[in-house]
Ligand binder design. Structure first.
Ligand code: KG4
Ligand code: ZN
Length: 346
């Protein structure tokens, strides 16, 4: 089955085509036939996503990306998967409208895909098949709009066990980056500064210590707005040198990593999970990956994570998640799709 994926939930426009066979399980095989993402540099001016502009950019980008795919594969796909949520509704509608127009022209069935399920399944993939693992898995989804701990009991069977009470981790990265005068998206910028601080200042004291919010609270919730405020206070009362920015970035990244790791490990233990899974844009972060991987291995567990280039938004993950629903004959009715900005997994 060839399935076309369309993703427009935030500021990345994605179109991908996969060829796949088998249901979710050991028989599943797939091949990436095409995978295009167009990011929107325009938001760097605003330090965040500007929804009206993002919608306009999707409208401009989608026909170009679709034409790129059709140059490679002119035949109609067997199904179309499109993100219906969560995300920015005006942006989601752009993808839905495009998917429905194509479905009508091609007489092709449509699958409604959940963006977060996309982030989960792409971290369960190894090359052309599913990675070797068993359920349950504790998934930590960290992106610009979400910070969630989810118990994954099976494909399609999810239970929320924790979430952020204020800012999402990616949002905190973006806000701290802005305080340090770095462009949007801030995650990769903070990561770069933190990495050089680790190289130069290996054993040097930081002289600046951030809290680890809610780390020992008796639940699986998170809070990140206090970290941003602490950085803000420091920046406002000190003249920042170049090195200070690196130290701040490092301490921020360390604080975030400590809290995320502590709670994820506790959940893995409490729920007897086979593995922890990282998904969402922030899971592209090299330091978080390294620390999670080492720590999980040291407690006899395992980390499921995709290649960093697939951590941020893309349509490949939507095509794969959509395929698993298509394989179960879970198609959407004609013109029944609705954008749902706060679509949940359970
Ligand atoms: O999943 P994603 O592409 O879009 C949403 O669904 O939100 O995540 C985007 C977020 C942004 O906040 C961005 O700063 C963050 O992921 N991000 C990173 C890194 N790469 C992207 N955060 C930390 N380290 C990175 N290397
Ligand atoms: Zn995302």
């Amino acid at each position: 089955m060839k399935i076309l994926g369309i993703e427009t939930s935030a500021d990345d426009t994605g179109v991908a085509l996969i060829g796949a066979s088998g249901e979710f399980g050991p028989d599943f095989r797939f091949k990436i036939l095409a995978n295009f993402v167009s990011s929107q540099p325009i938001h760097a001016h605003y330090g965040g996503i500007f929804p009206a502009l993002a919608k306009r950019e999707h409208a401009n980008n989608l026909p170009v990306l679709l034409a790129n795919v059709r140059k490679l594969y002119p035949d109609r796909p067997d199904a179309i998967a499109v993100t219906t949520g969560p995300g920015l509704e005006p942006c989601l509608w752009q993808g839905i409208t495009a998917a429905e127009e194509l479905a009508r022209a091609w007489n092709t069935p449509i699958v409604s895909a959940n963006h977060m399920e996309g982030h989960i399944v792409i971290s369960m993939i190894a090359k052309d098949r599913l990675a070797t693992f068993e359920f349950p898995v504790v998934a930590l989804l960290i992106s610009g709009g979400h910070t969630e701990l989810i118990l994954v009991k099976n494909f399609g069977s999810y239970e929320y066990i924790g979430r952020t009470r204020d800012d999402a981790v990616g949002e905190a990265f973006d806000k701290v980056a802005r305080l340090l005068g770095l462009p949007y998206p801030g995650g990769p910028e903070i990561s770069r500064l933190a990495e050089s601080a680790r190289k130069i200042l290996e054993a040097t004291p930081q002289g600046f210590h951030l809290p680890r919010p809610m780390m020992t609270s008796n639940d699986y919730d998170f809070s990140f707005s206090g970290l941003k405020t602490a950085v803000e206070r420091y920046v406002q009362s000190n003249e920042l040198q170049a090195l200070d920015r690196e130290k701040l970035a490092r301490e921020f990244e360390d604080a975030v990593t400590d809290v995320l790791l502590f709670k994820t490990l506790r959940a893995v233990e409490e729920f007897g999970a086979y593995a922890a899974l990282l998904g969402g844009g922030v899971s592209a972060n090299a330091h978080i990956r390294e620390v999670f991987s080492l720590k999980l291995e040291s407690v006899g567990s395992k980390l499921l994570v995709c290649a960093p280039e697939y951590s941020t938004d893309n349509a490949l993950m939507i095509a794969i998640a959509g395929y698993f629903h298509a394989a179960k004959n879970e198609f959407a009715g004609f013109h029944s799709l609705v954008a749902n900005g706060s679509l949940r997994l359970a």
